[in-house]
Write a protein that binds this ligand. Structure first.
Ligand SMILES: [Fe+2]
Length: 352
């Protein structure tokens, strides 16, 4: 046996191993150390496994490419739905990368008078929670309809999500992304002529963190009137006015204006994006309106969820329930007047 160990193929080594029954006997046969034989055996075996894995990946890529061939421009088509279903039926999990935050969108909203616009703003509907306020949410949409509003902004936390705090599991009546998404698709206010422009909040993101699914995206696919504009932050141009919808972070401050002041300042300091004229902040469930702080019309939003015992109750927080109707007039890119209507609702118990 003059052949070097490195020159042996894995098939030859395996055949010898099967014949002799142990690495020690193989090593003795080849006049080498058992550790050296084992090292070569496994390194050659891994080469084969890696090669097989590469081949498998190539096969998978080819299969996916064939399935996805008809799809162009990243648009959702029946072919993509079929492809995703085919892949999932084969036991794979398919998810879509959520939109990045901080996109800017142009909205074509009809002014109510020359250079005067009127929009609705809501936040934190937390649907799926036993403390959701669906009846009041509908009332707000109907009020917006009566006032001729065609666009309502939603500043995040459309759903109540999953595993957000200890005890949340006892405070939701729908468990899992699919149940909450389906409920929202079927029950979220739908009024002809009204479009909801929404961003995702931390409760919505809980599904993405846990399962890789994006509930706002899933809802928006089934509800064309609900336009999903990414997580946490989106900017909208209406005429020459920029409205920033932002879902905040952390708890509400003792001084209610502290968080909106800090966020408004951060918009001034951020040189990468234009400073908004109007800033609407979700997440805090506590209303605070600062008409001209550092030149930004800043609104910290109320919510459509009453106090949850395990989180807000324990912290002694009493959320504001309601929405905002905002009328504003622009002149040469500046806000020259604003009219804010704070529409407040009483808690409806067991509104689910
Ligand atoms: Fe939130």
């Amino acid at each position: 046996m003059n052949k070097k160990l490195s020159e042996w193929t894995i098939d030859e080594m395996e055949s010898l191993y099967m014949q002799l029954g142990s690495f020690r006997k193989c090593a003795k046969e080849l006049c080498c150390d058992p550790k050296t034989f084992r090292k070569y055996y496994y390194s050659k075996k891994n080469e084969i496994n890696n090669h097989d894995a590469d081949m498998l990946c190539n096969d998978m890529n080819n299969t996916l490419n064939n399935i996805l061939k008809p799809i162009t421009n990243n648009s959702i088509t029946p072919d993509l739905d079929t492809a995703i279903q085919t892949i999932q039926n084969a036991g794979w999990f398919v998810t879509k990368k959520p939109l990045q935050r901080n996109y800017t969108f142009d909205l074509d909203i009809e002014p109510t008078e020359t250079n005067i616009y009127k929009v609705g703003i809501i936040s934190d509907t937390h649907l799926g929670s036993k403390y959701q306020q669906m009846e009041s949410l509908w009332k707000f949409y109907e009020k917006c309809e009566r006032e001729g509003i065609t666009t309502i902004f939603h500043a995040g936390d459309l759903s109540d999500g999953v595993n957000m705090y200890n005890g949340q599991q006892f405070e939701i009546f729908l468990h899992g992304e699919r149940a909450q998404a389906q409920y929202i698709i079927e029950n979220y206010p739908k009024i002809d002529g009204i479009t909801t422009e929404m961003i995702g909040g931390n409760h919505d993101e809980s599904f993405y963190k846990r399962y890789g699914s994006d509930i706002c995206y899933d809802v928006s696919i089934q509800r064309p009137d609900m336009k999903y504009k990414g997580f946490y932050l989106a900017n909208f141009n209406i005429g020459n006015i920029n409205i920033c919808i932002h879902h905040g972070d952390g708890g509400v401050a003792y001084a209610r204006s502290y968080k909106p002041q800090k966020l408004a300042l951060s918009k001034i300091e951020n040189k990468d994006t234009p400073t908004p004229n109007i800033l609407a902040i979700g997440h805090y469930h506590a209303t605070c309106i600062l008409p001209d702080y550092v030149g930004i019309y800043t609104i910290q939003m109320p919510a459509f969820q009453s106090s949850t015992p395990s989180y807000m109750g324990r912290k002694g927080l009493n959320p504001d329930i309601g929405g905002i109707i905002l009328e504003f007039e622009e002149s040469e890119g500046k806000l020259v007047s604003t009219k804010t209507q704070y529409v407040n609702y009483r808690t409806v118990e067991n509104d689910y």
